[in-house]
Design a protein around this ligand. Sequence first.
Ligand SMILES: [Zn+2]
Length: 449
Amino acid sequence: MVLCDVYGSRFPGTKGDLQSVKWMVKRLKKYGIKNAHYESYTIPGWKRGKATLRVTNPIKKDFDVIALPHSIGAEIEAKLVFLGDGAVDDYEKRKEEIEGNIVLVTSRKPLGMQRLLHRTEKYVRSVLAGAKGWIFMNHYPAYGPPTGGISPIIPAVGISYEAGSFLVRLLKRRDDVTIKLKTAGRNLEIESYNVICDIPGTTDDKEFVVAGSHYDGHDISQGAVDPASGAVTVMEIARNLWKVRKQLKRRVRLICFGAEETGLYGSYNYVAMHPDEMKDIRFMLNLDSGGRKGKKGITFHDFPELVPYLEKWATEMNTDMPSDQRVTPYSDHWPFFLKGVPCGSGGDPEDRRTRTGRGYGHTMFDTVDKVEPEHLRLAAANYTRFVFRVANADDWQPRRKTPKEIQAFIEEQGYDKTVTLAERVKDYVRTWDEIHPDTQAWLARKSDW
Ligand SMILES: [Zn+2]
């Protein structure tokens, strides 16, 4: 509650970011964990400015929109093109329509798509097809406009399901709909943080376990379920394990990462700042939104050999911890996964399979009242006991992936396409006559992947 109601979104670069970090450190020290501290790093940040959308033809009408993080500040008037859910093939197919115009696309997963089609990919594919503006429409009614980071190339905004639907209906009646899009965001360098503490082990084994969650939310939101419910779960695990530290064989490191929402900056920076540790991490448990509704199981990131451990322990613990295998590159386990660290994410595998989107996640309605104490308690109980057992197991032997296997895995899942796309879009943008200063700074940076 304090995280959300006192410190607000904890969005990187806001006052509440550093203040919440100091609060978490203080709190962990109060639990007895004197080694609690934070590390800082510099990342590309973004400051929100006002965004407006006006239909200029065939009617005049204003709609509420919000700029997407890292959007450049710009003004553009052009024709509106609706791409539905934005299936992968549609961008090339409708290139002629898109060229020079403003794309409207929903946040829904396109029909028949196997892998996740992330917002950033829809955006990049629109840019590559020549879009000059981009509108991301919530596919859920009554949740307002969605947010989510993109690269600073063209002005990009989020719009509610209702306002977006109005535009879609207008396009059905008329094919000459033009709109004016104005954004005023600012890209700048900022500092963000990772909160770290250790529960020491009783043996001198070098291996240790990591459990973490990001603590930053989107600036328009309290970021309560995503991620505060996860950050609080991590702090609770720290508090619980500290109490049983005399029985803990190996060290457990708890981390609350900053700046996840804008590009996994906290976890990428952690991995970059601690390269020698990677080989000694037994397991990394990512608890992004860890206290959300649903069962408190684990989605292993392609480590099927770990299922028997979980099943055995869940029986011992007399609790329900379902599991499955799946990897997506969109949370803090990913930089660890890329380094070959065995990892998994807390959550309800059943829910992950059936969920079609974020719901109120990433909207202004992800507020503290959505977090149920009962789920926080269950998350803290299940994951504390799981992490404790991982740290204590003498027969824990996940197969570590080699860099070659990781590369092959990424290609097989189609995630390499996202990387190639990112390179392609940079090459494409470099051919433009006029490049926005924010875009130039982005081009000059080396890839985050
Ligand atoms: Zn999250």
